[in-house]
Design a binder for this molecule. Structure first.
Ligand code: NAD
Length: 379
């Protein structure tokens, strides 16, 4: 187990760190070795929802900063996806390859349950569906579970569908038509989401540049292209940025829109699944200056979130797909607003979310017996 070196902090400095967050729960269970933090950022739209990450954080401060940042991101992501959830996140401190046990996740489930419906969670980096099958024995507030447990199963399927609708939206805004065919796309990363996106683009008759650091992933898309009677151009990982494509589709990792990469881009738009694509907000401005339309990542990649949120209504695939397709209209709204206000699309997306939260605050002005969703059929 990773050794945590807690910094001496007064209650005042910890409260300062919380910024606008509503609640932080420190979870300590010596019997199972569980050390975790749950952060609830904002529950205006509904109970907090966010995955649980397991990572060998070097310090408690590092874990705290991560969970505060990620839970705030979830508030925006839920608002943009128009699901009745607020922002939350959890981090378990430890090495997922050797420290996790079923008992640890049962203990984590008990802490989640103690929040009495204020926080719903599921898998994220370093945690798996198996971990949450254990946690679900202790609480109903678990989402993203397999279909045989009443969940929606593989969430990369709706995520990839959302990316396709994100690409259609940038095509409409930039080229005047939402059609996928007849254009070239540079897909970075051919994992769970990237492969499905690339496959869909190929089926639609698009030209593709692809890259992945794993040869197996590259071979899989080459084989699929062969089956479809078409071809893809495989490029080296560092060459994907300068590909002669119309749209860059990042589906690998975050921070890829930065000082080193933006000047290489030849595309007219960016729309992909990777989280936190902009290294910083200034890179959204750099894209705007270069005339590249950026589709904010947290809107484009919300398909998986829409699916797990739907589990609480009693999961229905048709409803999930229909809502995921509305990523198209959300993006068109953001692009229009950005143009009208002469701001970046990233700023416009944040404003849209903040407006939705403010509007809901007004609706919530009277007393309600319980904020627990009335539609949670698993109560
Ligand atoms: P994944 O791990 O299955 O796939 C990532 C792929 O990127 C892998 O094949 C990997 O080899 C490749 N890769 C890594 N470094 C690379 C590099 N330098 N160049 C080229 N390829 C590289 O992950 P995923 O589930 O497909 O998710 C992809 C991205 O989308 C991640 O940023 C993830 O956070 C985000 N995302 C995923 C979901 C989902 O439902 N899976 C939802 C929202 C956001």
């Amino acid at each position: 187990m990773n050794v945590i070196k807690p910094h001496m902090q007064t209650t005042e400095t910890l409260l300062d760190k919380m910024q606008e967050h509503e609640q932080i729960v420190f979870c300590n269970d010596p019997a199972t070795g569980l050390k975790a933090i749950i952060a609830i950022h904002n529950t205006t739209l509904g109970p907090a929802l966010g995955g649980c990450r397991m990572q060998p954080y070097r310090t408690l401060d590092e874990a705290l900063e991560d969970v505060l940042r990620l839970s705030k991101g979830m508030t925006y992501k839920c608002a943009a996806a128009d699901v009745d959830f607020g922002g939350g996140k959890a981090v378990v401190i430890g090495d997922p390859s050797k420290d996790k046990t079923p008992a640890m996740f049962r203990a984590f489930g008990q802490f989640v349950d103690s929040l009495n419906g204020r926080f719903y969670t599921g898998t994220d980096m370093g945690t798996s569906m198996d971990d949450f099958i254990h946690a679900a024995k202790e609480t109903r507030c678990i989402v993203g579970i397999p279909e045989c447990y009443g969940g929606g199963g593989d969430s990369s399927i709706p995520t990839a569908l959302g990316v396709i609708y994100g690409i259609r939206a940038v095509n409409k805004a930039v080229f005047g038509s939402a059609d996928l065919a007849g254009k070239a796309y540079a897909v970075q990363g051919l994992g769970k989401v990237g492969f499905k996106v690339a496959e869909h683009l190929l089926e639609a008759g698009a030209d593709l540049y692809v890259c992945d650091i794993h040869e197996k992933a590259v071979q899989a898309i080459l084989a699929r292209a062969k089956q479809l009677g078409t071809a893809v151009r495989v490029v080296k990982s560092h060459e994907i940025y300068s590909a002669e494509a119309d749209v860059f589709v990042p589906c690998a990792f975050g921070g890829i829109l930065n000082d080193d990469t933006i000047h290489q881009l030849k595309v007219k738009a960016v729309a992909g699944s990777a989280n936190n694509q902009l290294l910083s907000e200034k890179h959204s401005e750099a894209l705007k200056r270069k005339g590249i339309l950026y589709a904010p990542d947290y809107i484009v990649n919300a398909g998986g979130l829409i699916q797990v949120a739907d589990e609480l209504y009693g999961y229905q695939k048709e409803r999930v797909y229909s809502k995921t397709k509305s990523i198209y209209t959300s993006l068109i709204e953001v692009f229009k607003q950005a143009e009208m206000d002469n701001i970046t699309t990233s700023q416009a997306a944040n404003r849209l979310c903040e407006k939705r939260i403010e509007e809901r605050k007004k609706q919530n002005s009277f007393f309600t017996h319980s904020k627990r969703p009335k539609w949670d059929i698993r109560k």
